[in-house]
Design a protein around this ligand. Structure first.
Ligand SMILES: *Cc1c(COP(=O)(O)O)cnc(C)c1O
Length: 341
């Protein structure tokens, strides 16, 4: 298959239209068969549920080329399951998990010419999502929904190596107790925009959100979970019902324990103990792990011993092992890589 003529090394993280997308419609209580289509635009009523009351959920994953030339995705079954949880919380119909994975495979296959070559650092980002599409004016769930999957090639997250970032403790809350912090819904992002624009304006790369009930515990950033490394090399991640269960973070905890023999803990992490950790990282599909060098709490700086030049040594090991598994250099646990072709 002939690849598209794209400057893979210099791709940014933006939308580039690809050839095909998958669409399935839910009407009269059931999903239709679904199909790949050419049209990248959606026509819907001015009163569509998604436009009025933000009834929409999404997923984010990537396809990439392994060293031996296979196109794969990473643990798509977990994205499928997470979308079920998201949909249920917003009173949306569930898109069957096997059909989700099949839709992702079909869409990537149809856009294989856009999957960046091995070694470029670029990937094909995959965006499955679902939204209420029929007119809704009284507040209630829509009756009709659309499920779609599109892909877009994106560049390496870190050009020229991962430099540690500086984050600030946010004055805004991301998620309420018993709210929607644990699901992947656009509404969580809409309300985080003001917080991230404010953080950027103040010279920070990201926000650290604390639990909104007590403001004593570390939750996550707008789009990535935290891991911390203790001075005696334990991997610690916050346990909370109001953070989004990152697939990258869950995979890193597994790798830490089963590949690197490290002790792992998922527990409450109090902000007061952040100053005692040796390393800190943010976990998500886009970057796998972004190292954090500094946390600033209203002018008070916490500088991790790993510094501002490079990832901490344990974070680096976790990063190398997980990306090694993803790229096929290191044997993956059963079922982690879904080979597309
Ligand atoms: C998507 C997302 C993450 C990262 O999850 P991955 O499955 O690792 O990509 C973390 N936090 C939030 C709020 C997210 O939306």
């Amino acid at each position: 298959m002939e690849k598209k003529n794209i400057d893979w090394e210099n791709l940014g993280f933006g939308y580039i239209q690809t050839d095909k997308r998958y669409v399935s419609n839910f009407k009269d209580g059931k999903w239709d068969d679904g199909a790949l289509i050419d049209d990248a635009n959606i026509t819907m009523n001015e009163c569509a549920g998604v436009l009025q009351y933000a009834q929409t959920v999404f997923e984010g994953m990537k396809a990439y080329t392994t060293e031996d030339g296979r196109i794969v995705t990473f643990r798509p079954d977990l994205n499928a399951a997470r979308m079920v949880d998201s949909a249920k919380r917003l009173e949306m119909p569930v898109f069957p998990e096997d059909r989700f994975v099949d839709a992702v495979v079909q869409t990537v296959k149809a856009n294989a010419a856009y999957v960046p070559p091995y070694g470029s650092g670029a990937t094909l980002y995959i965006r499955p999502y679902m939204f209420g599409i029929n007119p809704v004016i009284g507040v209630k769930p829509a009756d009709e929904y659309q499920f779609r999957v599109f892909t877009t090639p994106v560049g390496p997250y870190f050009k020229g190596g991962a430099k540690p970032i500086t984050i600030c403790v946010s004055d805004f809350d991301r998620a309420a107790p018993h709210g929607t912090g644990h699901i992947k819904a656009g509404l969580n992002y809409a309300m985080s925009l003001h917080a991230i624009v404010t953080a950027h304006a103040n010279g920070f790369d990201e926000n650290m959100y604390l639990d909104s009930a007590t403001r004593t515990k570390v939750e996550e950033t707008g789009g990535a979970n935290f891991i911390f490394i203790t001075k005696d090399n334990k991997v610690v991640t916050p346990h909370s019902n109001t953070i989004l269960p990152s697939i990258t973070r869950r995979s890193i905890m597994y790798v830490a324990e089963h590949y690197l023999g490290l002790e792992v803990e998922e527990r409450d992490v109090y902000f007061d103990e952040v100053k005692d950790f040796a390393e800190c990282g943010l976990c998500g599909t886009a970057a796998v792990i972004s190292p954090v060098g500094k946390v600033v709490d209203h002018g008070k700086e916490i500088c991790f011993p790993s510094g501002m030049e490079k990832m901490g040594p344990i974070t680096q090991k976790l990063y190398d092992t997980l990306t090694g598994i993803q790229m096929g250099h290191i044997e993956a646990p059963e079922g982690w890589l879904k080979v597309i072709e």
